[in-house]
Design a protein around this ligand. Sequence first.
Ligand SMILES: NC(=O)C1=CN([C@@H]2O[C@H](COP(=O)(O)OP(=O)(O)OC[C@H]3O[C@@H](n4cnc5c(N)ncnc54)[C@H](OP(=O)(O)O)[C@@H]3O)[C@@H](O)[C@H]2O)C=CC1
Ligand SMILES: N[C@@H](CC=O)C(=O)O
Ligand code: NA
Length: 912
Amino acid sequence: MASFCPTTPQSLFSTSFQNTSRFPHPTFQPHHSLLSLHSSHFFRKSVGLLWGRNSPTFKIHSSLTDFTVDVAVEEKKLPKGETWSVHKFGGTCVGSSARINNVADVIINDDSERKLVVVSAMSKVTDMMYDLIHKAQSQDKSYISALDAVEEKHTLTALELFDGDDLTTFLANLHQDIRNLKAMLQAMDIAGHATESFTDLVVGHGELWSAQILSYAIKKKGIDCKWMDTREVLIVNPTSADQVDPDYLESERRLNKWYSRNPSKVIIATGFIASTHQNIPTTLKRDGSDFSAAIMGALFRARQVTIWTDVDGVYSADPRKVSDAVILKTLSYREASEMSYFGANVLHPRTISPVIRYGIPVIIRNIFNTSAPGTKVCHPSTTENEDKKILINYVKGFTTIDNLALVNVEGTGMAGVPGTASTIFRAVKEVGANVIMISQASSEHSICFAVPEKEVKAVAEALQSMFQNALYAGRLSQVAVIPNCSILAAVGQKMASTPGVSATLFNALAKANINILAIAQGCSEYNVSVVLKREDSIKALRAVHSRFYNSNTTIAMGIIGPGLIGSTLIDQLRDQAATLKEESNIDLRVMGIMGSKSMLLDDSGIDLVKWSEIREEKGEVTDLEKFVQHVHGNHFIPNTVLVDCTADSGVASHYNDWLRKGIHVITPNKKANSGPLNEYLRLRVLQRQSYTHYFYEATVGAGLPIISTLRGLLETGDKILQIEGIFSGTLSYIFNNFKDGRVFSEVVAEAKEAGYTEPDPRDDLSGTDVARKVIILARESGLKLELSDVPVENLVPEQLASASVQDFLQNLPKFDKEISKRQEEADTAGEVLRYVGVVDVANEKGSVELRRYKKDHPFAQLSGSDNIIAFTTRRYRDQPLIVRGPGAGAQVTAGGVFSDILRLASYLGAPS
Ligand SMILES: NC(=O)C1=CN([C@@H]2O[C@H](COP(=O)(O)OP(=O)(O)OC[C@H]3O[C@@H](n4cnc5c(N)ncnc54)[C@H](OP(=O)(O)O)[C@@H]3O)[C@@H](O)[C@H]2O)C=CC1
Ligand SMILES: N[C@@H](CC=O)C(=O)O
Ligand code: NA
C-alpha cells in the first residue's frame, strides 16, 4: 500500500497538508489499474493542486518528497441507472452519534441495490468553521480553543460509533486535519485575511469528517461502504458570487474514474463541496448539499433522490401560520420551484434542475418520522389524481413573503411611451434592488412593483431623480411608496387553463375583508400573486388555504351580553364545538365575553365550560373598544363576528362601525333594526356593499324562520301584502294562560321566570317589543317606517311606567282587576284576547293591538310562548303562509342566534 509521510509544517504554502482525510489514503490494491503517484512542490501554486485523485495518474505534491507510484488496477465500470438510490442527510440528521446511527439504519434498510448518500457537516459544524475563520482573520486567538472544540466534537462522536482500525484511522486523519487547519488559521491570523477558496477549504472539512464518520458507522454494522470526497468528482464553473454551474461531462468522467478505483454498493459522499477545473476547492453555495444530491442523482441516473429533513414533507402552507396545512403527497418540479421561491421550505429551484433533466423524482422525508411517506417532487403526469384530499385540486400551496414595499409610478405621460418601464427598472437595477413582482394595467397609466422593504428608500430616491423632469412637467404624477406589504402566492401547475381558480382566491380574500393592493399572474399561470398589507398576511393565508383545502373555517367570536340568551348560546356552543369541528370543519373560537361590568379576553379561545368562574377570577373592567380590538385584532383568524346578546341600543349603535371594519355582526337585539330609520338604512347600505354579514333572525320569532322566510319570498319575486301575527312570546304565553280565573300579574311573573320577557317586561307589556318586530318586518318588506309610526296599545299601568323592574313586578297585582274585566268580557262572547301585530304593506302601515278572536280562530289555538305569523302575499293570497312555534325562551332564541353563526360560517366557506 502506498502512502506518504506527514511532514513538519514549514510555511503556510508548503506545510502540513499531508495525509489529510480529504486526501484519503490511497488504498492501492495490486490488481488495480495503472495508478501513478508523482510528487512536486506541495501547494506551491495553489491549494487546489491537492484535489487530484481524479485520474489513474495520481499526483501527490509534497514540499519534501517527489514520487510517483504506478499501480496496475482493474477498471470497474460504474453501473448507472435504476439500481441506484440517492439519499441526502442534512446537518441535523447527523447531529449526534445517535442520529448518525439512525441514519445508518435508514440507509441499510433501503432495499435499493446501490446507494449513494450525500451528507452535510454535523449540525452547527459549518457555523463553527466560519467562526474559526472569522476569529483568525480578526486576529482573535480564541480560534485555537474553538478548533479544539471542533476536534473534540468529532472525536467524541467517532468514539461512540466505531472502534478498532477504523477508529484509529479516522482519529489519525482528524488530528492531521486539525493540525493542517491550525496552520491555515495561523496564516489567516498573520495575513488578517482569507481568500474565498481558503475559506471554502476550511469550511469543507465539516463534510469530510461527517462523511467518514457515517461510512465507518455503516461499516460497523457489517455493510461494506466507501466514502467519497466529492471534490475529486464534482467539477463546477463559478457563474456569480453565489452560484456555480456543474460541468456534467467532466464530473461524469471523474466519477467513472473514481468508481473504477472505489467500486462499492454503498457510497457516502460529502455534500456542499466541489472543485473547479483547476482543482481549487469551492462550494455549491446556498442549499449546496441538496444540490450535491441532485447532481449525484443525475450523474448516477438514479431511481430517486431522497432528501431527509426534519419535517414530514412539503406543506400546503407554512404550518406555523396555518394549523390545518397538509402535507402534499406530490408536487411537480415547477410547483416545487415556485413554492420554494416564495419562501416555503422546499428545494431551491436551482437544486432540482439536475434531476429534472432525467425526470428523477425527489422525495422529501422526515428522518424523525420515517413512517411518513413524504412529498414526491416529480413530473406532473405522475402526480395527477394523487392528492385526492384536495377539493379544488388546482392550487397546491400558498406561501407568503413579508417585509416588502410597493412602488407605484403613475402618470398620464406613461401611456404609449416606449421605454418607460425600461427606464424605471434600469434605475432599480442601478441601486441593486431586487424586483419581486411587477404589475401594470393595460391602460399603461401606472406601473407598480414590489421590492424588499430595506431597498425601497434607495429605489424611490433613484426614481425621483431619474424622473425629475417628468414629475416637474406633470407627465408623471407620482412615485409613491406603499410600505409594510406582503405577497401572497397561490401555486399550482393545474391552475393553468382552469377558469375560476383566481375567482375563488379573490372571493376568499374578499370574504375575509382583505384588500388587494396589486395582482400578478404570469402567462405560465403556475402562480397567482397578490400584494396585501403586511398585517393581513397571515389572515389572508388562512382564508385562502381554508377555501381551497376544505380545512377549518375558523371564526373569532366576541359575545356581548352573557345574560339569559348569551349564556345559553355559550352552553350550546360548548356542547356542539367538537361536532362542528369534526363534521363541518367549523372552528368557532370565543375570544371574548363581555357583560355590562366585566369582560373576559383570551388569545386562543375561552374555555366555555369554566368561562364564568374564570371571568370572576380574571375578568377586567368592561371596555367595548378594547374588547373589539382584542377579538378582531387576532391576525391568525381570518374572520371575526361580534354577537350582541344585549338589549342595549348603545351597543347596537356600533354595528355600523364594526361592519365597516369587516367584523360580521349577529344579534337577537332589536334595537338597531327598529331604531332611527336613517341609521337603519345606512347600516343596510353598508352591509349590502360589503362582504361583511349582518344576521338577526332571532329578532323576530326567536328561533323561528321569520326573517329568512320573508327574505325568501321577496328575493324570489313574491310581493308581500300583509304580515299579521302574534309576535310576542311573552304576550302569547300570558294570554294563552290568562284564563280559568287565573290572575294576570301572576302569569306575567311566570313569563318572566320562563325567560320569555325582555330584560324589562314592560317592553313586552307596553307593546314596544311587538312594535319593534313590526318595524323590523315592515322595513324588511321595503316600508320606510319609524317606530313612532306604529300605534301601540300599552298594557302597562301608567303609574308603574317609571318604576324599577322589581317595583313594577311587585306592584302589578294592584292593577289585575282592569285587565281581568276585559278577559271576562271576551270569554262571555266566546272569544279570546290576543296581542297582535300587523304590517299592512299595501297601505304602508303598521299596528299593534289587543284584539278579540273567536275561540276557533287559529290565533286562539296557540299554547305556551307560541308565535304565529301569517304572510299574505301575491302567491299566498287565499291561504297565507303560516309559521308557528315557540317564539321566545332561552333555548330557542340562542338556537336561532347559533344557526345565524353557522350560516355565517357557510357563507365564509364552510361546507353547507
Ligand atoms: N328572551 C327571549 O326569549 C328573547 C330575547 N331576545 C333578545 O335577546 C337579548 C338578550 O335578552 P336576555 O338574554 O333575555 O337579556 P338579559 O338581561 O338576560 O341579558 C342581557 C345581557 O346584556 C348585558 N349588557 C347589557 N348592557 C350591556 C352593555 N352596554 N355592554 C355589555 N353588556 C351589556 C348584561 O350584562 P350584565 O349581566 O353584566 O348586566 C346581560 O349579560 C335582548 O335583546 C332580547 O330582546 C330576542 C328573542 C327572544
Ligand atoms: N320578549 C320577547 C322575546 C323575543 O323577542 C318576546 O316575548 O317575544
Ligand atoms: Na326568527
